[in-house]
Design a protein around this ligand. Structure first.
Ligand code: FAD
Length: 391
């Protein structure tokens, strides 16, 4: 390539995954253009807000452990070249409510098996031990916990900025506030039309988050869902700091809740869904971003029952989108056999912590290099209507 508006690769969507992919492509010497319809970073896509949890055994498949472990290496590497904090090791606590310690995602037993088989450090803790070590908790009921010392918290905007800046350092170009309206295959790769111009590239990587199925028309089963988060000011802040309170994810009888210690603002973050299976599919351009009193009440109730002194005044409430395939596994593949188009999306509620490795694997996929991660479970062809299509 080399002419104006011609690149080796275009990355469509510069959120968590796209900023990482743009960096890794540029780092490999590729001329790359990243395009986003909003700013980088922005508060309209999934990579919004302040923090995301790192939970090393978050999913039931070993492939995810491999991706998360590589992500941790890459986040730490990126940290070395970035002046502001990206990652904070707080430990991660996964909780299950008794008596069977089963949840929406997995059971304590499955999580322990995964840690054993993958060599991840962990401890199984009873409620009393959790209260002793982390005095922010005040538990009454039958709970068991998996504590992972390697868990932590990522700073959302800072991570995206760090990837963007590092991509620029390696010669990448990033264009924001430019919506891709269509793309089509050409003899030499792909032509992309935006609200501001037309670009050609040998390859196109689509990392459009909640808009994925709008950009690649045959991935209609990969849909965005609405999720809410709140920040509440604790009465005793010293119990909810990064060094006294681990990030958490918790299966309760009322749904799945997760959160982080106070970070950036003086509030403990909690997010959740009362009915994990039936979160509503939303239109990414028209989603209602107001959090209702009922939703706020659901978050507050979780805190009052498990960490009552954290349930102080409400500081902030937001609604965000997670995007997932029906089987809740990632979609990470070539978009049609022999095509020059690739897709990476459907990251559900765990796509931030894995974004750095997703970016690296995505860059290898685009450049035809072998990847260490087994991408078989993430093939687009497993989805009923998947196949090549032009938006
Ligand atoms: C409430 C909530 C809590 C979460 N908690 C966690 C957590 O604790 N840990 C964790 O690891 N993950 C978590 N996640 C998931 C994680 O945030 C997402 O998986 C991740 O941010 C997805 O990144 P992405 O790059 O795929 O999508 P996005 O960040 O949405 O990026 C996609 C980008 O593509 C752009 N785009 C789309 N269409 C076009 C177009 N036509 N033209 C140009 N640009 C386009 C968009 O503007 C957007 O910027 C959570 C998500 C939510 C909503």
């Amino acid at each position: 390539m080399g002419h104006a508006n011609e690149y080796d690769a275009i990355v469509l969507g510069v959120g968590a995954a796209g900023s990482a992919a743009t960096y890794h492509l540029a780092r490999r010497g590729t001329s790359v253009l990243g395009i986003d319809q909003f700013g980088v970073p922005n508060n309209r896509g999934s990579s919004r807000g302040f923090t995301r949890v790192i939970n090393p055994a978050v999913r039931e498949k070993p492939q995810y452990v491999q991706i998360i472990q590589r992500s941790l290496e890459l986040w730490n590497e990126l940290q070395e070249r970035h002046p502001n904090q990206l990652i904070c090791k707080t430990g991660a606590l996964r909780g299950w409510t008794g008596p069977d310690y089963e949840g929406h995602r997995d059971s304590l037993e499955e999580a322990v098996e995964l840690c054993e088989s993958q060599g991840l450090p962990y401890e199984v803790l009873a409620g009393e031990e959790v209260e002793r070590r982390f005095p922010g908790y005040d538990l009454s009921g039958d709970f068991r916990f998996l504590y992972q010392p390697d868990g932590g918290v990522l700073d959302v905007p800072e991570c995206t900025i760090a990837h963007m800046n590092a991509a620029h350092d390696h010669g990448a170009e990033i264009r924001a506030h430019e919506r891709v309206e269509s793309w089509e295959p050409t003899d030499a790769g792909v032509r992309v039309r935006t609200t501001r111009g037309e670009y050609e590239a040998g390859k196109l990587l689509v990392t459009a988050g909640p808009w994925l199925s709008e950009v690649v028309s045959d991935l209609g089963d990969v849909t965005p869902r609405r999720a809410v988060m709140g920040w509440f000011r604790p009465e005793e802040p010293e119990r909810f700091r990064q060094d006294t309170f681990p990030s958490f994810g918790w299966d309760t009888e009322n749904g799945y809740f997760y959160g982080t210690p106070a970070y950036r603002i003086d509030g403990v973050k909690v997010g959740g869904a009362t009915d994990f299976e039936s979160e509503t599919t939303v239109d990414p351009d028209g989603m209602d971003r107001e959090v209702t009193r009922e939703e706020e009440g659901m978050l507050r109730q979780f805190m009052e029952e498990h960490m009552p002194t954290a349930a102080g005044p409400t500081l902030r409430l937001t609604a965000c989108m997670t995007t997932r395939a029906p089987d809740k596994q990632y979609v990470f593949d070539t978009y049609g056999e022999g095509s020059d188009v690739y897709v990476a999306g459907g990251f559900s509620g765990s796509g931030f912590m894995t974004a750095s490795a997703v970016g690296e694997v995505g860059s290898k996929l685009v450049l035809g290099e072998a990847t260490d991660v087994d991408l078989e479970p993430f093939r687009a062809s497993r989805l009923s209507s998947a196949g090549p299509g032009v938006s």
